[in-house]
Design a protein around this ligand. Sequence first.
Ligand code: IPM
Ligand code: MG
Length: 356
Amino acid sequence: MMKIVVLPGDGIGPEIISNTLKVLKAVSKKFKFEIAFEEHLIGGCAIDKYDNPFPPLTQKACLQADSILLGAVGGPKWDKVVSEKRPEAGLLNLRKTMNAFANLRPAHVYPQLASASSIKQEVLGNNLDIMVVRELTGGAYFGDKGRKKYENGEKAWDLMMYNTEEIERVAHVAFKTAGLRKGKVMLVDKANVLESSKLWRETVTKLATNYPEIELKYMYVDNAAMQLIRDPKQFDVILTENLFGDILSDEASMLTGSLGMLPSASLGFGKNGIYEPIHGSAPDIAGQDKANPIATILSGAMMLLYSFDMKKESDAILQAVSNVLDMGYRTPDIIQPEMKLVGTEEMGNLIAAQIV
Ligand code: IPM
Ligand code: MG
């Protein structure tokens, strides 16, 4: 029996999660395996109930789970609370607790949606498929931070620090991932300015000798931000530190036409992981049956593949999503002329119904 902790979170989190559970249940029925879902609070809803965005109960359940499925956290309601108690702090705490140091964010353009991209077709080419491997538990997000008054005001700092092991473990993930794809790793850094980036380059260059079949190249982050728009086809796997990865993965996602389509997996050394859409909690459309559940449904597919080695079960979800897109159904974020507009619930039902 697979034990999955489900963390719907805030905003559109509960709706995209409930529709993902429909799809996972359909898969478990078809392929005859059992999943137990256990729901817990994280983010703003946990602050409301326990005054803590990652309460001990949730923490304990996550540590005992085979895997974790997360919706989204945050919203204007909690914007004013102090930073250690913001919903986002709950998410960072979860990542740290699970030691989920490697964040895989695929940006894959569905041919059916290529015209929804803000980038020209000839720039995108056919079947654009980039994987951002973002370091997730280090750097400025977790380094020493603070504020101090001085005579003319205040100063504030967030230390971006990495050690060899933190770089090596995520780099291994990037090289192995590239081995299953086109065999190319682009290390994105700011080694012309930052000391931490220099350590990244030295460490990754040394480690690359273990992967002679993989091509390793380097790019400064400012150039990478530009090249992603100018010529995205040149990328296969992008390996980068936490903050750069946060920014570049949002950028890469827009190549695909909608943030609402992109899943992610956050992995550590073990088999369990955190699976979540890369988009946020979209409080402006929460509870209105407008959210696109596909990113979360695809996160469920990543979970089956990465945490449970269930390739055909995972592929069944990918195929179901593709079928529903072929049938012309679209949520508001990806609607185009002559397509059929559906809400969150109907999209979930349609995809689940394809799993037979
Ligand atoms: C993401 C999000 C988070 C991050 C926020 C919500 C803390 O933007 O998963 O990309 O910055 O990592
Ligand atoms: Mg982000």
